[in-house]
Write a protein that binds this ligand. Structure first.
Ligand code: SF4
Ligand code: SF4
Ligand code: SF4
Length: 293
């Protein structure tokens, strides 16, 4: 019986799925496709380590070669840890995480779900206050000795789900923008023929009902999460455990927070009534917070 899998599929099956991009590609699947197409060597995945290279060499009928040091070193696996006392809730780490292993809400503390973290490091660089540390958790074990096939399979599912969600969100945003353009165009042309107006209505109307339902549900879920986070923040503040640097951030950090808030407004999420009591962050201070980085 023929194996329906392509060579890229079989290569991808052998990769660790941390989605770390250390191979030079935007995740394990693009790297697998590049190897299959002959555009990348099979020794560019540090998380897979020497054993990973051996697996690929066996599949490809090639010799075992060392990991290319330009792609990084094989090392014990780490998981990310957020210092919640420093976190300013900018959401940049959540946006960077390829497997949705970070939970939080804008202006609230963020937390890593340890069991979901692949140790990819991708959340570390975007954090404007350097409050994410990578903590090794596998002792001396590296590569596939530090990472199971089940963990790889689960990370792959989460990554695929995230990509599908991002594609759906992008498509929905494009559809809304197209509907708005069509509506604006129709209003600018009051004498437009009825069939054109009907066509415009057919573009906007059928798509809007399910989208509205999904949007409303999504907003309700996010609002509930925000409310839970707000309550937690209030409790921690009462105990003197709240984030310390929320109110005085640098201009750079403030700009990133403003961008995150603008995105929230675009998707229609209500501002968090309890977060900062409507205060605007002090954008004039640009010394202590940044020098602490
Ligand atoms: S685990 Fe990282 S380096 Fe290895 S293939 Fe996947 S994205 Fe590339
Ligand atoms: S939490 Fe950070 S290190 Fe862990 S998977 Fe997400 S981006 Fe990677
Ligand atoms: S401050 Fe750092 S840990 Fe907190 S949400 Fe922003 S990027 Fe994530």
């Amino acid at each position: 019986m023929n194996d329906p899998k392509t060579l890229a599929d079989r290569i991808e099956d052998l990769l660790p799925q941390t989605q770390c991009t250390k191979c030079g590609y935007d995740g394990c699947r693009p790297y697998a496709e590049a190897i299959a197409a002959g555009n990348a060597n099979y020794n560019q995945c540090p998380p897979g380590g020497a054993q990973g290279v051996a697996r690929l060499a066996s599949l490809l009928g090639k010799p075992v070669i060392p990991i290319n040091p330009d792609n990084g070193l094989e090392r014990p696996r780490a998981v990310a840890f957020i210092d919640e006392q420093l976190c300013i809730g900018c959401t940049l780490c959540m946006q960077a995480c390829p497997v949705d292993a970070i939970v939080g809400a804008p202006k609230q503390m963020h937390t890593i779900v340890k069991d979901l973290c692949t140790g990819c490091d991708l959340c570390v660089a975007p954090c404007p206050v350097d409050c994410i540390a990578m903590i090794p958790v596998t002792g001396e074990a590296t590569g596939w000795d530090a990472w199971t096939q089940q963990q790889a399979d689960e990370a792959r599912v989460r990554h695929d789900r995230r990509l599908a969600r991002q594609t759906a969100e992008r498509n929905a945003a494009e559809a809304r923008a197209a509907a708005r353009r069509a509506s604006t165009h129709a209003q600018a042309q009051p004498g437009a023929p009825a069939d054109v107006a009907a066509a415009q209505a057919s573009i906007t109307q059928p798509a809007s009902a399910p989208t509205d339902d999904a949007e409303a549900k999504k907003k309700a879920i996010i609002q509930a999460a925000l409310e839970r986070a707000r309550r937690k923040k209030a409790e921690m503040t009462e105990q003197g455990l709240g984030p310390r640097n929320v109110e005085h951030v640098s201009a750079d950090v403030q700009a990133q927070i403003d961008a995150a808030e603008a995105r929230r407004k675009r998707i229609g999420i209500e501002p968090d009534a309890g977060a900062g009591n409507g205060e605007k962050h002090d954008v004039t201070r640009n010394d202590d917070d940044q020098s602490a980085r």
